[in-house]
Design a protein around this ligand. Structure first.
Ligand SMILES: [Zn+2]
Length: 173
């Protein structure tokens, strides 16, 4: 398990549509372990592969905010197969946009099909923060950030703040 550097917006890796993972093997599980280590280290409740520069369809999440990883989830090739008509508004943040938050409205419940770290096919329904997190992370796999859900004016403001922060903290490489 290696804690990786989290890429900050704006970064071309965060704009890419990620590739499907052909087979779940040891390399896939190493990436999952690195994602989990990096997420818990941050700390955060979710992290997608492109956020550490891997353009692959995988994310991890744990919305329990506990120290242990008993509720760590690894979702490979996730696909939303159903969304509720009810919506929820959460004040979302993102490890790729530290200290930036905005209200985003999304379906309150979603059903997701994915492969787990052993390659088993799973279909699971999420609600509450888990539903918001799953949708936020799947957006990442399609090159989309939470600021793409808000007004253009606010988005430009967030991007300017991030460019300044990257420069100040020498993250502009
Ligand atoms: Zn994010």
């Amino acid at each position: 398990m290696t804690v990786q550097k989290i890429l900050w917006h704006p970064d071309p890796h965060l704009k890419k549509k990620c590739k499907l993972i052909g087979s779940v093997d040891d390399a896939t599980r190493t990436l999952a372990d690195d994602l989990l280590a990096t997420m818990y280290d941050a700390p955060g409740v979710g992290l997608a592969a492109p956020q550490i520069g891997a353009i692959q369809r995988m994310f991890v999440m744990d919305c329990t905010a506990k120290e242990d990883d008993a509720h760590a989830m690894v979702l490979i090739n996730p696909e939303i197969v159903w969304t509720s008509d009810d919506t929820n508004v959460y004040n979302e943040g993102c490890l790729s946009l530290p200290e930036q938050y905005a209200d985003v409205e999304r379906p309150a419940e979603v059903r997701v099909q994915y492969l787990d770290r052993d390659g088993r096919e799973i279909e699971e329904q999420f609600d509450g923060l888990w539903a918001t997190c799953a949708q936020h992370e799947i957006d990442h796999l399609n090159g989309k950030l939470f600021i793409d859900h808000i007004s253009g004016l606010k988005r430009t403001m967030f991007t300017r703040k991030m460019m300044k922060m990257k420069k100040e903290r020498n993250r502009d490489e």
